[in-house]
Design a protein around this ligand. Structure first.
Ligand code: M6P
Ligand code: ZN
Length: 192
């Protein structure tokens, strides 16, 4: 059997920083996801005050077939919008039953997981943590520390990203700082 993947295009990355010297990352600033945050005034102020980078993601360029294994590194920078920690948009997989594995490389964060039926769970991540996103669970990561939070993500090539559902419903919980401690709180706007 032959593969159409050109091995010379498969990128490597620095396991300390997640950065790949041969790939361009996707970058998300506060303005790219303003409505995702609870405090709209703080989000507008962050955009006006320089629009900080929230996270970047290097997709290592594997083709998107069911037989391929896609992988990439994600860095969420430290920071908050209001009292809510910087986070990824979060997504379900377009092909819902595709799972994912995260491997923590640097810094500290939280992986939020939820199903469309209303289940929710969260797990803490740090260097060396292996976290599993089971089939059909939506997932978002949050930087709860004061340094870059970096992890490797591995998932089936045909999984795809469905952002629409999370954009519409949000996540059941938000991660906010309470007296300096990352704390899960109910998301008042959550609708499922
Ligand atoms: C992880 C993986 C990627 C994802 C990235 C950014 O590295 O799950 O597939 O693209 O985080 O998260 P999001 O796509 O939700 O913005
Ligand atoms: Zn995913």
């Amino acid at each position: 059997m032959s593969t159409q993947t050109d091995l010379s295009t498969i990128a490597d990355f620095d396991p300390g920083t997640g950065v790949s010297s041969t790939r361009e990352p996707i970058r998300r600033r506060v303005s790219d996801m303003q409505a995702y945050y609870a405090d709209q005034e703080a989000a507008a102020a962050a955009v006006a005050g320089g629009d900080p980078l929230v996270y970047e993601y290097y997709d290592m360029g594997v083709q998107s077939t069911s037989g391929d294994v896609a992988y990439g590194t994600s860095t969420t920078f430290p920071g908050k919008v209001g009292d809510e920690y910087f986070m990824t948009k979060g997504h379900y997989h377009q092909v819902r039953d595709r799972a994912e594995v995260y491997f923590g490389l640097k810094g500290h964060g939280m992986l939020l997981l939820q199903t469309e039926e209303g289940a929710f769970t969260a797990t803490e991540m740090g260097p060396g943590t292996v976290a599993y996103v089971p089939p059909c669970w939506g997932h978002r990561t949050v930087n709860t520390g004061d340094e870059d939070f970096v992890f490797l993500a591995v998932y089936p090539g045909d999984a795809g990203h469905d952002y629409g559902s999370i954009e519409t419903t949000g996540f059941a919980r938000r991660v906010v700082g309470v007296d300096g401690t990352p704390t899960l709180t109910d998301n008042a706007e959550f609708a499922r």
